[in-house]
Ligand binder design. Structure first.
Ligand code: G3P
Length: 218
């Protein structure tokens, strides 16, 4: 499973990249706004800075909601850097825009996906990635992981190439469970990735090894 980080914070992206396990970055307008980035030029520059830090795909979301707006924005984003993936919402014009970009060899990430029907539609349009939001489903008492499982089965039935990008991952067990189900990618905060490191037996075991090594005067 690929690890993407879901942030527009350059320090966090650098930290994840330095860990050596980062495969890409996803952003959205809320994450960009959180960094205090304003104005089109600054936004485009910020995407470029992210592309310089990581080697993999970087999702940049369109703001327009009409087919024409999404095409215009998406083409500009795609031209910016070869790592850019155009992130498009799961709406009627969004599906048309995904098909348009697919036909032109431009990578897309279909976002705001909350049902397997939507995931099927995104795949039919040829999306590179589909982003089911598992945390936001959990927030309303609906098991987000069940959606990942359902999409995995549907895509398996038809050998679909669209990659399942489990989004809105909130914690480490989401990461582990997405891997168990077979999501192609997960995107979440750095804390969810770092949580994978922790085990009390690792800490106590290391403490003992270091104490014993010290007794040998090395
Ligand atoms: O980038 C989309 C998604 O990962 C958002 O996550 O935590 O805002 O539900 P969250």
């Amino acid at each position: 499973m690929k690890f993407f980080i879901d942030t527009a914070n350059l320090d966090e992206i650098k930290e994840a990249q330095e860990l050596g396990v980062l495969d890409g970055v996803t952003t959205n307008p809320s994450l960009m706004a959180k960094e205090g980035i304003t104005g089109k030029e600054n936004i485009l520059n910020h995407y470029l800075k992210i592309c310089e830090i990581v080697d993999g795909d970087v999702s940049a979301e369109v703001i327009g909601t009409s087919f024409e707006e999404m095409i215009m924005e998406g083409e500009e984003l795609a031209k910016l850097h070869p790592q850019i993936v155009v992130k498009i919402p799961m709406i009627k014009d969004g599906v048309k825009a995904i098909k348009y970009f697919t036909d032109r060899g431009i990578k897309t990430n279909c976002t705001l996906v909350f049902s397997s029907g939507q995931a099927l539609l995104a795949a039919k349009a040829g999306a590179t990635y589909v982003s089911p939001f598992i945390g936001r489903l959990d927030d309303i008492s609906t098991d987000g992981l069940l959606l990942i499982d359902e999409i995995r089965k549907i895509y398996h039935n038809y050998n679909v190439k669209t990659q399942i990008l489990a989004a809105s991952v909130r914690h480490t067990m989401h990461v582990v469970n997405c891997a168990k189900i077979g999501a192609d990618v997960m995107t979440g905060p750095l804390s969810a990735i770092e949580g994978l490191l922790r085990h009390p037996l690792t800490d106590s075991g290391l403490e003992k090894f270091l104490a014993d090594a010290q007794s040998m005067n090395v």
